[in-house]
Ligand binder design. Structure first.
Ligand code: GDG
Length: 472
């Protein structure tokens, strides 16, 4: 047994392994709120992060990075296919997102999911100090909390699900549903997810939840909402730099100084509603309610899960649709849709946010959606308008956005037009209110509230294990 008193367990490490042509490995810190939120806590406790390094094959040895121990977990090529691309991303992901795409089940995927979860649990059980706090992240590792409790009942275990938790009827489709439910004891993005979970513990396991709590054997388990957020101050800082301001102007000029730039920034994922958004834009051009070159759309679709069948098909459909819109409504040198299947750095993203008059965040279903929050935080000028899906967790926080139902094309189209034509003072009022909210509700507040609920007392900037009132 080792002496790690604070451990984060996540599918991925907070760094990406980069191997050059000569086979030398270097590490690149991956951007993202989770790393920003957890890094100070991990540093203060000399914490450990257990996760996959992103490439198949043997795992490199554990190493230190900025006072945090990073412990890579190996995954074979077959496990990447079955545990990660299969059960995680072709079974669980669609099912948990309201089955907006059909879910696929294969028995060999489940076996691999189980084995990989066991590996994570074994490593964690070996590394954890007596009474350590372990925070497990997301849908890829739902069996880890239960497996860990069997191996190490002394640990204080928290679990956070970053994506939605489905209603009872959908969860019931899942093979091995009992095993998954029993392992999970939990924090969610939204209250409805926590309610779905508690309803299932009653329905499938015969428990009697009361409020946010449920008694399991002799343990009191809490299931509650902890909406995740962003590093607001950092986003504001980047947005306020001269570099970003200049680049935003340049982008507007490169697009031909249109009146209305509609922007989408998403992983290329079917839950994000990109096809519906493009369809709405095409119909608005067809109806003459928007016209090129006064209105253009920029869609950043970051490459994602490129080997999963549904994602390959989605890419084909989206690219065909973009081609069609540009063919019908573009002009020489003036496409209607600027489609970018690429990743950009933080500065370029911030500049795009600042250049956009209308930000389209219209997922069919989304746990939270950090892009919506980043857009708001980046609008240090209080301009711009956010069109936000009611089906994104973020809609519960960003209440002054122009809310739309992306399943209803008419509503989606009206939302874009209303946001584009809203008076400046109305837009500024909304933006100010949302920015105020995000300054207060940032990612460190999210981490703090989860860890406090887990019974980790806050001492100055650091958290140290105390005695637990409940599991989360
Ligand atoms: C899951 C849940 C939940 C995107 N393109 C680029 C880039 N990004 C960054 C964004 C944002 C992040 O990726 C995407 O986060 P989202 O929250 O929007 O979506 P998911 O990836 O689906 O995340 C979601 C989240 O977990 C956290 O709990 O909110 O609901 O599905 O930060 O800015 N970053 C860079 N270049 C890009 O091209 N650097």
């Amino acid at each position: 047994m080792s002496n790690a008193s604070f451990i984060v367990v996540a599918n991925r490490l907070p760094v990406d392994s980069v191997v050059d042509d000569e086979g030398n490995r270097t590490w690149r810190r991956s951007p993202g709120g989770l790393v920003t939120a957890l890094e100070p806590v991990l540093q203060a406790n000399s914490g450990t992060w257990i996760g996959w390094a992103g490439t198949a094959g043997e795992a490199p040895d554990a190493f230190e990075s900025d006072g945090v121990t990073l412990m890579p977990v190996p995954l074979s090529e077959q496990e990447v296919l079955r545990y990660y691309e299969g059960f995680s991303n072709a079974s669980l992901w669609p099912l948990y997102h309201d089955a907006v795409e059909p879910r696929v089940f294969r028995r060999s995927w489940w076996k691999s999911y189980y084995e990989v979860n066991e590996r994570f649990a074994d490593i964690c059980a070996r590394e954890a100090a007596p009474g350590a706090v372990v925070w497990v992240q997301d849908y890829q590792l739902q069996l880890v909390p239960g497996m860990l409790r069997e191996r190490r009942p002394d640990l204080r275990i928290g679990f956070f699900l970053h994506i939605p938790f489905p209603p009872v009827e959908l969860f019931m489709q899942l093979p091995h549903r009992m095993e998954i439910l029993k392992g999970l004891l939990v924090g969610f993005q939204r209250p409805l997810a926590a309610q779905n979970f508690l309803a299932l513990t009653r329905h499938l396991l015969g428990y009697r939840p009361r409020g946010h709590y449920v008694n399991v054997d002799d343990r009191l388990v809490r299931a509650d909402a902890f909406p995740i957020s962003i590093d607001t101050a950092h986003n504001e800082e980047v947005a306020g730099t001269e570099r970003v301001r200049q680049r935003a102007k340049e982008i507007r000029a490169e697009l031909g100084e249109p009146e209305t730039i509609i922007l989408g920034v998403d992983r290329l994922d079917y839950t994000k509603g990109i096809e519906q958004r493009l369809k709405a834009f095409r119909e608005l051009l067809e109806d003459g309610r928007l016209q090129v070159p006064n209105a253009v759309m920029v869609q950043v679709a970051t490459p994602s899960r490129e080997r999963v069948d549904q994602y390959m098909k989605l890419r084909e459909r989206v690219e065909r649709q973009v081609g069609r819109i540009n063919g019908e409504y573009g002009q020489v040198g003036l496409p209607a849709v600027h489609y970018l299947h690429q990743s950009f750095d933080r500065y370029e993203l911030a500049a795009l946010y600042q250049a956009a008059d209308v930000m389209a965040v219209t997922p069919l279903r989304d746990g939270m959606n950090l892009v919506a929050k980043e857009y708001v935080a980046s609008r240090v000028d209080n301009r711009g308008a956010l069109v936000l899906s009611e089906f994104a967790g973020a809609a519960g926080d960003l209440r002054q956005a122009f809310l739309v139902n992306p399943h209803d094309l008419t509503d989606l189209k009206d939302g874009f037009v209303t946001a584009a034509n809203a008076p400046l003072d109305d837009k500024m009022k909304r933006m100010r209110a949302m920015r105020r909210y995000l300054r207060k509700h940032d990612v460190s507040r999210w981490a703090r509230s989860f860890l406090t609920a887990l019974g980790v007392p806050e001492r100055s900037a650091a958290y140290n294990p105390g005695s637990p009132p409940a599991e989360v």
